[in-house]
Design a protein around this ligand. Structure first.
Ligand code: 6R9
Length: 644
């Protein structure tokens, strides 16, 4: 275990305070959350705190449900008197030579009020859905908060999604209006968002309006009567828009996420509980203090961007950096250049980014002054110990706690995570539950709760927390089926998990990624972690494939470091390496050299596709439109290693 005391003074919590607060949070959630709810400003204070039921058939989740508030007031208005001139958002553009923008709370207020008035002028009313299809620009935050101000429900569609994906989401939530931009620069290239939107809207009701942010000034088609120039219109409307009082349980946003089956689900988060939870986790998990500059490198199109670029940091009156670019443009030093330039104190990113940068060598990090950093965060997948060690050594200089935050779109905020100053870390472990979170580990087949401290199984949560999703948009049955039917009385996360003898949690990956080799159950993540621990390996993805003798065999896709050439000797070396790292049972049956892996734009490896290729079932790959680079699939098929 590693203790890393903050080199910037006392953290919000220490070990004793964590224990005391945690115990109260699970033993007396009413008192705990009743108090924590007061971190927000309420128009009508709540008298009820928790009203939740996990019984299948009867699932209902409500928090603070007689309280009335407005999320935009909590993220903006209430800060104006004390910190109107403080920077709320730092915008760092794709091109390093373009100037950064510093948007104060007062400026944010004016923009959001004006944008809210534009929405009203287009007939958007309380409860209406607004789809946001924007790049990482301040207007994305304005649009979210403008919706919140007038009680409209936003649904962000990641700017990397295809027109089809956009159309499906617009139709599923019945959006009245889409907000997009002309084009989106990223990594020196431009995505034609407006023409994607035009293509999507061909499949939607012709009543859907289209607000366009002229961001790059690139030429686009313009449909009179449907398209609106938002920036121009914002100049013409009043800079004041009274906030709509909302019930705590009124939906704040819908965010589509994919499950293991079926079309993406519209995850619904509501105003009160979500905001309390986003704000509290942001403060404690990153150890955010007033005046800190905080940077989450995720996209607002993902839940991480919702909770930890916009809602959490702004509810806390913080300074949040929004970055339009990529980690490797113009080179692999960009993240660290931005950290130095803005004296970033907390930095939050994904293991996939770390691994990509790690493969380029430490010299890109060593060039920059990172002395302002005090907390490093990781999210999205288990972080393998090598990436952890690299992040710790080269970025954190051994002085910054690494918070490996396990959570989901469905959970609204962090669930299992270290707290700086309070929970010593172990590389690869998300450590302990956040306040109010009761993780349980069940036997996957018998559904029996495993009470021993050291155990392994599927991860469920025994009771509700304020940030929990409330329903699937338009399909409460599906909500209950997906999360409450398999393990009765619990919220089922879909993840496998191990608890060690110290009571630390280790997420082993989605349970649908578990493979069974000769009766031995193995997390694909374990094998991947072993592979990437080899000095020649930059990245690896492992899936199961049908094997005559073993039931399932192990198929490994391996991306080598830049300067390493594939060879049969190296293949043998890797097989031996995995045998010694995990055991003979984990030796890959097939290793395929993969110049690239099929990833979603959020960096998640699409194992579904890798499984199909491994199974030689490439006629049925399904939808690959959400991949960051669909062409890697062709290469993998052409070079299939398992020709049998
Ligand atoms: C926030 C986010 C959720 C799934 C989750 C799990 C994986 C996320 C993780 C992690 C291990 C972590 N996951 N964080 N696994 N350690 N720190 O990523 O939401 O896109 O909904 O993904 O991601 O498998 O179930 P989402």
């Amino acid at each position: 275990m590693r203790e890393v005391p903050s080199h910037f003074g006392p953290a919000h919590a220490d070990a004793a305070k964590y224990r005391e607060m945690y115990n109260e949070s699970v033993e007396n959630p009413e008192a705990f959350w009743g108090r924590e709810g007061k971190r927000l400003d309420w128009i009508t204070p709540y008298t009820k705190v928790k009203d939740t039921d996990f019984t299948f058939g009867n699932v209902s989740i409500k928090w603070f449900h007689d309280g009335v508030l407005n999320a935009s007031v909590n993220c903006i208005d209430r800060h104006l008197a004390t910190r109107g001139d403080q920077t709320a958002i730092i915008f760092e553009p794709d091109e390093p030579s373009d100037p950064a923008q510093y948007i104060t709370y007062r400026e944010l207020s004016e923009k959001v009020n004006r944008m809210a008035n534009v929405l009203l002028s287009q007939g958007v009313m309380r409860g209406d859905r607004v789809v946001i299809y924007l790049p990482m620009i301040p207007e994305a935050a304005y649009a979210m908060l403008a919706c919140a101000r007038i009680g409209a429900i936003h649904s962000i569609v990641f700017a990397g999604f295809s027109p089809d994906a956009l159309a499906n989401r617009i139709n599923d939530c019945g959006a009245k209006l889409v907000i997009t931009a002309d084009t989106a620069p990223r990594g020196g290239r431009r995505t034609p968002l407006k023409s994607n939107t035009d293509a999507a809207l061909l499949h939607c009701s012709d009543k859907v309006r289209c607000l366009v942010v002229k961001h790059t000034g690139d030429q686009t088609t313009w449909i009179q009567g449907r398209d609106v120039d938002v920036k121009a219109m914002m100049e013409d409307v009043s800079p004041e828009c009274p906030p709509r009082p909302m019930n705590a349980e009124d939906p704040l946003f819908i965010l589509y996420t994919s499950g293991s089956t079926g079309k993406p689900k519209g995850v619904v988060h509501c105003t009160g509980g979500y905001l309390v939870y986003a704000a509290m986790t942001h403060e404690y998990v990153f150890d955010y203090h007033q005046g800190d500059v905080y940077w989450c490198s995720a996209d607002v199109g993902w839940v991480t961007g919702h909770s930890y670029i916009v809602y959490g940091p702004l509810a806390n009156g913080g300074t949040s950096l929004m970055f339009e670019g990529t980690p490797t443009y113009p080179d692999a030093g960009r993240f660290w250049e931005v950290c130095e330039k803005h004296k970033v104190n907390q930095f939050y990113t994904a293991p996939t980014a770390i691994r990509a940068l790690m493969g380029q060598g430490p010299e890109y990090v060593e060039k920059y002054d990172l002395s302002a950093l005090k907390t490093l965060g990781s999210v999205g997948e288990p972080i393998n110990p090598e990436a952890w060690a690299w992040y710790d050594k080269y970025v954190g200089k051994g002085k910054c706690p690494i918070v490996d935050t396990w959570w989901q779109t469905e959970t609204g905020g962090h669930m299992i995570t270290p707290l700086p100053g309070a929970i010593p870390t172990k590389p690869g472990s998300a450590t302990r539950p956040f306040f109010g979170v009761k993780p349980v580990i069940l036997d996957p087949t018998t559904a029996v709760k495993q009470d021993e401290t050291a155990t392994e199984g599927v991860l469920c949560i025994a009771d509700s927390w304020p940030g929990q999703m409330r329903t699937v948009w338009g399909d409460h049955e599906r909500f209950q089926e997906t999360y409450f039917s398999q393990y009765k009385g619990y919220y089922f996360t879909g993840d496998g998990c191990r608890r060690d003898s110290d009571g630390y949690y280790w997420i082993t990956g989605r349970v649908d990624d578990v493979i069974n080799v000769s009766g031995h159950r193995m997390g694909t993540a374990e094998v991947e972690s072993a592979l990437v621990a080899h000095q020649a390996v930059a990245e690896a993805a492992v899936v199961g494939f049908p094997h005559e003798l073993k039931g399932q065999g192990i198929y490994a896709y391996v991306t080598l470091m830049n300067d390493v050439e594939p060879s049969d000797d190296l293949r043998k070396d890797l097989e031996k390496w995995v045998r010694t790292e995990i055991g003979p049972i984990a030796k890959p049956d097939v290793i395929q050299w993969a110049p690239g892996l099929p990833k979603t734009r959020s960096g998640k490896i699409m194992r579904r596709i890798l499984r199909k290729i491994a199974e030689n079932d490439t006629g049925a790959l399904g939808d690959i439109s959400t991949l960051a680079d669909p062409s890697v699939v062709d290469d993998l098929i052409a070079n299939r290693a398992n020709k049998g």
